[in-house]
Design a protein around this ligand. Sequence first.
Ligand SMILES: *Cc1c(COP(=O)(O)O)cnc(C)c1O
Length: 463
Amino acid sequence: MRYVSTRGQAPVLGFADVLLAGLARDGGLYVPESWPRLPEPQVLAGLRQQGYAEVAAAVMAPFVSGDIDDETFTRICREAYAEFRHPAVVPLVQIDSTQWVQELFHGPTLAFKDVALQLVGRLFDHVLGKRNEHVTIVGATSGDTGPAAIDGVKGCEHVDIVILYPAGRTSEVQRRQMTTVQAPNVHAIAVDGTFDDCQDLVKAMFNDVAFRERMNLSAINSINWARVMAQVVYYVTASHALSGPVAFSVPTGNFGNVLAGWIAQRMGAPISRFMVASNTNDILTRFITAGDMSARDVVATISPSMDIQVSSNFERLLFEMNDRDGAVTAEQLQRFRTTGSLRVEPDQRSQWIEGNFSAFASDDTATLAEIARVYRETSMLLDPHTAIGTAAARLITTGEQVVTLGTAHPAKFPDAVERATGVRPALPAHLADLMSRPERLRSVPCDLVAVQRLVSEVARIRS
Ligand SMILES: *Cc1c(COP(=O)(O)O)cnc(C)c1O
C-alpha cells in the first residue's frame, strides 16, 4: 500500500515510512492511495470466532502490505491485544432494547487509546529493529494520551519516550500511570506550566531541525495514520456482531475515532451513520448541524480528553470531500488558519455530511445527569466521555441499533462519576496498587533549553 498526503506536496510513501513520519513533510496527513474492501462476511465470521486479534490482522493487512508480512503482522496483533483484560478485547454491553456500549477501555491504561497504541508501539519497534534504527518519541499530554503511549512502548528496544505533562494539572491516577512505569526507556517529565506550554515545548523541539535530527525525534500523536488504522477494527467487529446496519455514537475530540468509523464504512462495514458527540467545545457540532466551523477558546470540562477546538483528523475527511485534491485542501486549511473559519460548499455538505453525520453537544450538567440516568436504569457506571455518547445516541436515534463507543473506564474519572451517582468506581485489579507504587519522574521549568538538555541526557542513556 502506498500513502499520499492530504496536501498533495509530500512524497508518496509505504506503510513503514508513514508510521515513522507521523506528519507529512508538506504539513498534511497521510492517507492510503485507495480504500481496500473488507474480507467477505463469512470470512469475517470465521475470524471472529478465532478472536479479535485475528480479525484485526485481516482487516488491517492491506494497509501494511509490502512492508510487513502477514505472519509477522498477525503475531504483533496477537501480542498487542493479549494485553487487554477481557477475553472479547472490546466487549459489547447492551443498555436497552436497541442500544449498546462497546467497552474500549479494558487495556492497560483504561482508555480507548490503548487499542491503537498497544499495536503502534510494537509496530515502531518492529520497523526500527529491521532498519537498525532508534528514535526518541516526544509528546505532550493533558492526561490520557501520555499513559497510553508510555504503556505502548515500555517494552520497546528501539524507542525512548519522553512525555511532558503539566505539573499538578493531571489527575493523580493519570500522573501515576506515567511515573510508576519502571522501564528504562520511559521518561515522564513534569513541566512547571500548562498543557499548552507542554505542547509548545514539543513543537519547538520539532522545529529545531538540528536537535530533531540529532535526537531522531518522532511522534505518535493522534494524527499518526497507524493509530487511525487500528481503530477501524472495532467498528467492523461491532457492526458485524449486530449483523448491521448499526449507527455509532462517538465521543469526539480530534475526530480520529469518527474518521476510523468512516473508513470502516467506506471499506464495506454495515454502518448506517455516525453521531458525533462533543462537550461544550462543540466546533464539530456547529459544523455538522449548521455548516459553521469556527474556532473558539477551549473551555475546561469534566470530559477533558474532548477539550479540543480544532479537530486535526478532520483534514482526512476534508481531503475526500475535495475529491482528493491536495491543493484545494491545503488552501482551505490555510484560510482556516488565517480567518479562524472553514467553509465548505453546500453540495459538499449534502453529499458527505448530511444523512451520514449527526451531532450533539452536552454540557457538564447534562453529562452528570446522563451518568446518573444510566446508573439508575442499568447499574452501569459510565465515565463522562462515554456518557456524552450515550446521551447523543438516545436523543438522536430514530429507533435503529446504536453502538456508543465507551472511551474510558469510569475509574479513570472517579470524581465526576461519584458526583453523579454517589458511587466511587474502583480501579480494576491490575491497577489496584497504583497509589502505592514508587514514582519516578523529573521536573523542569517551562524552558526550551532546559527541556532539550533533559531530553538529550535521557536519550543518551540508551544510545
Ligand atoms: C482521546 C479521547 C477521546 C477523543 O478521541 P478523538 O479520537 O480525539 O476524537 C474521547 N474520550 C476519551 C476518554 C479519550 O481519551
